[in-house]
Write a protein that binds this ligand. Structure first.
Ligand code: G6P
Length: 356
């Protein structure tokens, strides 16, 4: 059945693999044969078009998917977009624009902090949309609109396919509301093909994980722009299941503090998929390497240099997060296996946090 591990030792690995099929499923659901949008109500598109600012609200990995989605909404719809952590927003509501529109992102649809925000938003009379994996959940029922992630049940505590599904649905929605200038259906088909290419090379991440992270207590993920957004998710994946204390952040911030933590062999994993800032990130990689860091560069094909640890196939740069996160998911998985820990059930964590 759908919730069977089948041949997989852990749900997480199964769910990483399933990202390819989820990408296809979403494409089939949201595009017709002519690459026109379907299954997004005109009323959703109109409500977003008539708002002056979008507020994406979420927790955990879903929040990280919001950081990526912000770029699509701003670039393709021209509507300023803020991304907020639900546990913050719920108890310290920031100043809102005249015509806000709320987008809740959630795998479970039951996260208590996000529910609290939605309650407040409904009371204030603002329009809302929930994008969730579990339809008929509290967040989908109580928002004005809902769109499905169609990722199938996600069992592993560490979220993988819900993250990429959220990014895809955000891209499709932003494209539907505005103008991406892309044949998005075709671009997402390429993403699915290249996801499979990365997944077929999973063994290389076993080597990277073991070589870089064995016996290490801390690690860093760095990147700029969309890679900075992926870096925080990459760090969360690694820390939450392997217990290697990992920070992910904007590479330019290294010099403002974190670089003092670099010692001989400190693992610094750099994501390098954005051409605008690639030169700057190369500089930052050199700076940490000069201080003894073990630098592991995960670069897109068009930006790769000899010595980089892994080459990510090229797709449209805005969609690179969908590929760049997969090495990070696999590195987290193998680092955790290497430590003989339960990949699917890290200590102290729950799949869905229904308490505030
Ligand atoms: C928990 C899970 C995370 C998830 C977060 C938000 O902490 O362990 O994987 O990202 O909740 O959950 P949601 O269901 O709202 O996406």
């Amino acid at each position: 059945s759908e919730t069977d591990k089948g041949v997989y030792p852990y749900y997480m690995l199964k769910e990483i693999d399933e990202q390819v099929i989820v990408a296809h499923t979403l494409s089939q659901h949201y595009f017709d044969d002519e690459a026109n949008i379907q299954n997004i109500d005109a009323s959703i598109i109109e409500a977003i078009q008539s708002s002056d600012r979008l507020y994406i609200v979420a927790a955990g990995t879903s929040y990280h998917a919001g950081l990526v989605g912000k770029r699509y909404f701003e670039q393709w719809t021209g509507i300023p977009t803020e991304v907020h952590i639900s546990s913050e927003f719920a108890y310290d509501q920031p100043l809102l624009s005249q015509k806000p529109f709320f987008i809740f992102l959630s795998q479970s649809g039951e996260t208590a902090d996000s529910r609290e925000v939605l309650d407040n938003v409904v009371k204030q009379g603002y329009p809302s949309l929930t994008i969730a994996n579990v339809m008929n959940s509290t967040l989908t029922r109580e928002a004005d609109f809902a769109l499905p992630l169609l990722a199938g049940p996600e069992i592993a505590v560490a979220s993988t396919k819900a993250y990429t599904a959220q990014i895809i649905v955000e891209a499709i929605l932003a494209h539907a509301v505005g103008q991406s200038g892309l044949d998005l259906k075709n671009e997402l088909a390429k993403v699915a093909v290249e996801m499979q290419v990365i997944i077929d090379q999973k063994e290389s991440f076993k080597d990277i994980a073991e070589q870089a992270l064995q016996n290490r207590r801390s690690a860093f993920y760095i990147g700029r722009g969309l890679d900075a957004a992926v870096a925080v998710e990459a760090a969360l994946k690694l820390k939450e299941i392997s217990y290697v204390q990992t920070e992910g952040f904007a590479a330019g911030e290294l010099k403002h503090g974190t670089i003092s933590l670099i010692e001989e062999n400190t693992p610094v994993l750099a994501l390098l998929t954005q051409s605008k800032t690639a030169g700057l990130v190369r500089g930052e990689i050199a700076q940490v390497a000069a201080r003894g860091a073990n630098t592991i560069v995960i670069a897109s094909k068009s930006l790769v240099k000899t010595g980089d640890a892994y080459i990510i196939p090229d797709v449209n740069e805005l969609l690179m997060p969908l590929l760049a996160v997969i090495p990070a998911q696999l590195i987290a998985y193998y680092a955790t296996l290497d430590r003989h820990l339960d990949v699917d059930r890290p200590r102290n964590l729950a799949k869905s946090v229904t308490v505030q």
